[in-house]
Design a binder for this molecule. Structure first.
Ligand SMILES: [Zn+2]
Length: 143
């Protein structure tokens, strides 16, 4: 099945939400590789499927992605700062002009969730990192 939002080609009837939820379930089951990249998976999935994210979330994701990939800050530090400073309230005050678009569209050359194995094999962290970086470079950096 091809996703109209991100362009992913997934086997048979599987959808992007199916794969996303499989990764979240692995996290909840205690699979450490899934836990380690939880924030990156959520950020990146919502960047490609933004209609499910609220405006303040889209703004927070865009700002966080720029800090991580544009300024080279560590994911954990960015997420921890966001929690410490009351990320929700701060994000709500970000001007709407900085939000991600509401409707996702495929971007040529960008990686998708189809490249992330939901069985969470060895190398999962590096694959999620490459997917997140690809989305950041194609959608957020340099604007
Ligand atoms: Zn998709």
């Amino acid at each position: 099945m091809r996703c109209a939002r991100c362009g992913a080609h997934l086997p048979s009837a599987e959808t992007c939400p199916d794969r996303f939820h499989a990764m979240l379930e692995a996290d909840y089951r205690g699979v450490s590789r899934a836990f380690e990249v939880h924030g990156r998976v959520v950020f990146t999935y919502q960047a490609q499927h933004p209609s499910r994210a609220k405006p303040w979330m889209r703004a927070a994701h865009r700002a966080g992605t720029n800090e991580i990939f544009g300024r080279g800050r560590d994911w954990r530090a960015v997420l921890a700062d966001n929690r410490r400073s009351g990320g929700v309230d701060r994000s709500k005050s970000i001007n709407g002009a900085g939000e991600m678009p509401v409707v996702g569209q495929p971007v040529a050359g960008e990686q998708t969730i189809a490249e992330i194995d939901p069985a969470i094999p060895a190398g999962h962290v590096a694959r999620v990192e490459a997917w997140a970086r690809s989305v950041a470079e194609h959608r957020f950096l340099g604007d």
